[in-house]
Design a protein around this ligand. Structure first.
Ligand code: AP5
Length: 214
């Protein structure tokens, strides 16, 4: 089962990926997380993608497609994955379909999380993350402990470089120009389910499960 979580930056893809992958026992494949892990480790891939991420621009398609194809070829992806943040362009969507067809697989569902730009600005400017375990916090909605260390693992809590206001605006612009056309692309292929991404996290999770059962 290949499920795609599509949505603007800050729409809650990472947040919702947790309950979905837990319940469906699917690996969570987030291209953004893979890039950040490489950045933190200072790998050649990390150095290559840094300039795009810092600017809120998309990493070139060929590089992303190779990375995801490699991940989907791993044994734990045999029965499916939850794709978070991929595909993000028509070229990536087409490459994904072609790659899956080689092994008689296909996308089962594309869930499009719908959230207003105003909500996104609030969510992303307040987001904080544990550098060690990746747990997400929000200054207003789920504040991190007062000592600045992660409540789960004690790791350092930080703000992503691309969560500064100017970069958020650029990421949103990139989303509207390059990624949102995929809503129609998957709609035309009969695979799209729109999910209202505003409201309480648990309520949105329920909407996602309802969309998957539908
Ligand atoms: P990526 O890491 O994928 O970033 P993104 O798509 O911009 O998404 P985010 O991780 O910012 O947000 P999210 O939707 O996961 O929301 P979250 O759950 O964290 O990509 C980063 C960069 O990598 C890209 O800009 C690009 O450069 C590159 N890249 C990645 N994939 C690529 C690709 N395929 N092609 C090319 N380049 C690629 O939630 C956000 C905040 O809101 C959190 O604080 C959370 O706690 C809070 N929150 C979530 N839900 C709620 C709620 N219901 N109510 C209140 N607060 C909430």
């Amino acid at each position: 089962m290949i499920i795609i979580l599509l949505g603007p930056p800050g729409s809650g893809k990472g947040t919702q990926a947790l309950p979905v992958t837990e319940k469906l026992k699917l690996p969570h494949v987030s291209t953004g997380d893979i890039f950040r892990a490489n950045l933190n480790q200072g790998t050649p891939l990390g150095l290559e993608v840094k300039k795009y991420m810092d600017a809120g621009a998309l990493v070139p398609d060929d590089l992303v497609v190779r990375l995801v194809a490699g991940r989907l070829s791993e044994p734990d992806a045999k029965n499916g994955v939850l794709l978070d943040g991929f595909p993000r362009t028509a070229a990536q969507a087409e490459a994904l379909s072609a790659f899956l067809a080689e092994s008689s697989r296909q996308v089962a569902r594309c869930l499009s999380l719908e959230v207003s730009d105003a909500t996104i600005l609030t969510r992303l400017s307040g987001r904080r993350i544990c550098r060690n375990c990746g747990l997400g916090y929000h200054l207003s909605f789920s504040p991190p402990p007062a000592d600045g260390r992660c409540g789960r693992c004690g790791g350092e809590i930080y703000q992503r470089d691309d969560d500064r206001e100017e970069t958020i605006k650029n990421r949103l612009d990139v989303y509207h120009r390059q990624t949102s056309p995929l809503i129609h692309w998957y709609g035309d292929h009969g695979l799209l389910k729109a999910v209202d991404g505003e409201g309480q996290v648990e309520e949105i999770t329920r909407r996602i499960f309802a969309a998957l059962e539908d």
